[in-house]
Design a protein around this ligand. Structure first.
Ligand code: PGA
Length: 255
C-alpha cells in the first residue's frame, strides 16, 4: 500500500440537473469530510455549479476540480471554458482526457495541449488514460504505454511530477465491472515502469496514480490497500454523499 495521503476525486459528470441539488450534495460531502483527516478530497461538479459548490466547500478542506478546459486561455471559442476562468473560481484540479471526452473526439494531442495549459497556470491536471478492452495478448499495455509516451513527448520531468494520472479502464467505467485488485496492482507497476523508462525512477515515483472505474464503498478498501494506487477517481458513487463518504473512509482507515 502506498504511504502517500490518498486523493479521492468525485467526478459528478453532467449531474445533478439543478443548482439546488448540486448545493445539497456539496454541503453533504463537506459535512462528512469534516470528520475525516489524512485524506485529500476533491469534487468536480459541472461548470455551471462551480461557483455555488465552491461557496459550500469554502470553509472545509475540500477542493474544486473542473471536468475539462480549453487549450487557449481566452478568445473566440464559443461554448468553451478557459483556464483563467477556472482559476478565478478557485479551481485547483482539472480532469483532462476523460474517456467520455475522448469518445467525443479528443485526441492524445489535444489532451496534452490541455495538460500544458493547466500546468502553465499552476493548476493540477488529472489525466485520464485507459484501454477500451483487455485482450489475452496484453496489447492493452502497449495502448497505455502510447498514451503515457504522448504526454512525455511534451512534458519534461519537472512538469510530469505535477501531473496526476488516473488509470480508468473504459470497460470498468459506469459498468459495475471493477478491475480486480491484481489488475490494478499490475497496472500501477506497469505505469511506474513506463515512466521510469521515459524519465527516471525518482520522477516515476513522484507521479501520483489514481484508479477509476466502478469504485464503490464495498470495493474501495481492498482496492486501496492492495492495489497500490494513490487514490480514486469516482463517478457514480460520488453522487451519493453517503457512498462517497464511505469510499473516503475506506482509504483513511487503511493508512
Ligand atoms: P464510475 O466512473 O465510478 O461511475 O465508473 C468513473 C469515472 O468515469 O471517472
Amino acid at each position: 500500500m502506498k504511504q502517500t495521503v490518498p486523493l479521492i476525486v468525485g467526478n459528478w459528470k453532467m449531474n445533478p440537473t439543478t443548482q439546488s441539488d448540486a448545493s445539497l450534495l456539496a454541503a453533504a460531502v463537506a459535512k462528512s469530510q469534516k470528520k475525516m483527516s489524512g485524506v485529500q478530497v476533491v469534487v468536480a461538479p459541472p461548470f455551471p455549479y462551480l461557483i455555488e459548490v465552491g461557496k459550500k466547500i469554502s470553509k472545509g478542506s475540500l477542493t474544486l476540480a473542473a471536468q475539462d478546459v480549453h487549450t487557449q486561455p481566452l478568445g473566440p471559442f464559443t461554448g468553451e471554458v478557459s483556464i483563467l476562468q477556472l482559476k478565478d473560481m478557485r479551481v485547483q484540479y482539472v480532469i483532462v482526457g476523460h474517456s467520455e471526452r475522448r469518445a467525443m473526439g479528443e485526441t492524445d494531442e489535444l489532451v496534452r495541449e490541455k495538460v500544458q495549459v493547466v500546468l502553465r497556470h499552476q493548476l493540477t491536471p488529472i489525466v485520464c488514460i485507459g484501454e477500451r478492452e483487455r485482450d489475452e495478448q496484453g496489447n492493452f499495455f502497449t495502448f497505455i504505454e502510447r498514451q503515457l509516451r504522448s504526454l512525455a513527448e511534451v512534458l519534461p520531468a519537472a512538469a510530469v511530477k505535477k501531473v496526476i494520472i488516473a488509470y480508468e479502464p473504459i470497460w470498468a467505467i459506469g459498468t459495475g465491472n471493477t478491475a480486480t485488485v491484481d489488475d490494478v496492482k499490475e497496472m500501477q507497476l506497469f505505469i511506474e515502469t513506463v515512466l521510469t523508462k521515459l524519465y527516471d525512477r525518482p520522477t516515476a515515483k513522484k507521479v501520483r496514480v489514481l484508479y477509476g472505474g466502478s469504485v464503490r464503498p464495498d470495493n474501495a478498501g481492498e482496492l486501496h490497500q492492495k492495489g497500490d494506487m494513490d487514490g480514486f477517481l469516482v463517478g457514480g458513487a460520488s453522487l451519493k454523499a453517503d457512498d462517497f463518504a464511505a469510499i473516503i473512509k475506506a482509504t483513511v482507515v487503511c493508512i
